[in-house]
Design a protein. Sequence first.
Length: 258
Amino acid sequence: MARHGGRGWYGRVIAAAVGVTAMAAVTSVWTAQADGSGAGTKAEASSPPSASAPAPARVAVDIAHASDHGPRGVNITIDDGPDPVWTPQVLDVLRENGVKATFCMVGTQAQAHPDLVKAVVAAGHRLCDHTVSHDTSMDAKSQAYQSQQILDAKRMITKASGGVRPLYYRAPGGAFTPYSRDLAASRGMRPLGWNVDTKDFERPGAAAIVATVKSEVGNGPTILFHDAGGDRAQTVTALREVLPWLKQQGYSFGFPVR
């Protein structure tokens, strides 16, 4: 999600319920728990990891943009959910078009809607850690705070999915730091950027969202949409138009490189 400044909209909602001081105090416990969350390949999605499962292998620390489908591949990424109204509609559009996507989930949303996390995994999509509270000022916070936001979201998403861990980490608003990138990579989550920001969260109209994709897809393959944070009817409508258009232009749909 593009940066708006200050605490993200999820952070504003749950700030009263989740104290930062309490979070930092238990960071070491969360850190210890986060390494055993199991593997994340599609083949392993049907079975949760065992207690003796090895820690995920470290991945590259630089921010990924490329597609595993090569120069004519595009990556559809969906942020801020899951949401009980909009995520099912997004899943329907993706299924109708035979497209797999990467869902960057907020930890509290995943915890609240585990059925939707499981539906995303069952449909063959990938998971991405988008922190606990979507704080777009994370890059100005302490390392302890960054660690809690990333690792506790990883734990929440993995538990909600039934044992499938996120393969990527996307900082809210792009608020990456060298520390957060290294931490995510050490836990098997590739830092994930974007090339095309549809700005669908501003609700500019479905036609404007489609026009942004058409005019900017040449900038790179990773396209940013949202399935939560407000009314996403425009996003759903735009996806119905833009996915067939991308196919007509000779693009194929892949996942971000790992």
